[in-house]
Each structure stands twice: as C-alpha cells, then as structure tokens.
Ligand binder design. Sequence first.
Ligand code: PEP
Length: 290
Amino acid sequence: MTVHIGEHAIGPDQPVYVIGEIGLNHNGDVEIAKQLIDVAADAGAQAVKFQKRTPEISTPEHMKNTPRSTPWGDMTYLEYRYRVEFSREQYIEIGDHATLRGLDWFASPWDVPSVDFLEDLNVCAYKVASASVTDLELLDAMAATGKPVILSTGMSTLDEIDAAVARFDREKLVLLHATSTYPLPANEANLRMIHSLGERYPGIPVGYSGHEPGLQISIAAVALGAVAVERHITLDRTMWGSDHAASLEPHGLQNLVRDIRIIEQAMGDGVKRVFPGEEAPKAKLRRVGA
Ligand SMILES: C=C(OP(=O)(O)O)C(=O)O
C-alpha cells in the first residue's frame, strides 16, 4: 500500500522517503532551524521534522523542577522546555522556508494542544514519537485530523503497537521500526523487526527511525525493505543539547541519501536475467554453452 505525504508517495515501490529529524537540535533558534532545513534539502531528503510540545502538559511532573544548566543559564527543566519551543510566527517562518526548499515539514506533537497548534499551521502529516505510542488520547487527536501519520515503535511492546495501530486509518499510516536507545548500539537495532512489522500489519508500509552513530544500520534498514528513514540532523555533533551527539552532520546526511539512492537501484526486481554489461565478459570468459 502507498501512503501520500505532500507530493511524495511512500511505499514498497517508491523512492525511500528520507526525513531529517531536526527535533530540538535548533536549540530554540530560528536561524539554526533554517540552516538545518537547508542541510536536509541540499542532501536530497524529502522532509524535515520538528517536535512540538506544550511544556506544562508534556513534561512529566517529576521532571519539572529538576535543575538544568543550559547555554542560557541555570533553570528548571520546565523553563528549559519552554526556552526551546517556537511560537506560531516562528513556525510559519521555518515552515515557509521548508516549503520554499521543496521539503515536506511536520512535527511530532507531544500533547493534544500541540495537535491543534500544528493543525492550524496546516501541516501535511503527523508523527507519533515512540514515547507517545500509549497516549491514546493524543493518537485519537492526530487520527481525527484525517492527515497521514508516521508512527514510531521504539520502547513499545507488540500489544502497545497493536492498540496504537487500531486508532488510525491503515491507509494513511506508516510504521517506523525504532529502538529508543540513544545512541543506539548495533546489538539493539533488531533490524529484522522491519520484516516482522510488515508481516504483522500487512499493507502498512514500514520504515526505520535510527538513533545509531554512523550510517551502516540505516543503510541496512533500506536493504531490508524500509520505505522511509528518519535520522536526527545537526549542524555540529558537539553542540549543546541531548540529541546532537547521536545526530548526523551535513556531510553524514549527504552520504546517507547518496547511499540510499544507490541501494534503491541495486535492489532490482529479483527476476534473473543476463544484463547487457555481462555480454562482453560472457563472450570472453565462458567456454561451454557460449
Ligand atoms: C522522538 C521521536 O521519534 P522516534 O521515536 O522515532 O525517535 C519524535 O518523533 O519526536
């Protein structure tokens, strides 16, 4: 089955849909967000993604008053969460920039008011973060928009994923296999889950959301049939903030997209044939039956 987001089709016979996850790596700065959009566009990605929170609601109660040292001084975790949120006007500016650069843009809302906020900005899709898989009220708010939804499955059991999938129109749903360990060690990647999810939810396209350092595991995910790949992106892995270290820098994203496009071509159709390029070696090397 094929799911349409913006001008793009996502499914088994379509080009891999590459999402540059900006998340909070803009550190609350619109100019950094725009530079990251440029990084994604220049690399040949199809979309950029943000995270939208209403900090008062989405921050777990026990975390709100924990102290946090930030580049803007010492503050509580809740204050920090507010510091890195964009306003409606700022989202309009960055959304326009993404559109100008030919990218789909959307976000993972972390609470119901954030769905309303994003709906008002007319986003083309929604993302369910792994952390939100069990928040059925939030899932219902996303489903009610009628927009396509990309659902990550990290930190979730199959029962939890079953319950989440049941809230959505399957024809507008894309699943992403994910393991939510940051950074992701290879032995927790469990890439064969891409196949397992495809078997369990027939017809729903399955992609991969990666948190590993480097490119190999994401590239292998594509070879195993992932129809979309989401990776965090940053201008510089040494920047302050929790996600930068496990993110791809501009050159890494460029290499990832380049390698994904090569693998798309290399996968072929599984039908055995003798390619034109084999004719000359065949004439030269085959002694019997030539
Ligand atoms: C954390 C997120 O996604 P994932 O679970 O795919 O890492 C997100 O989309 O906000």
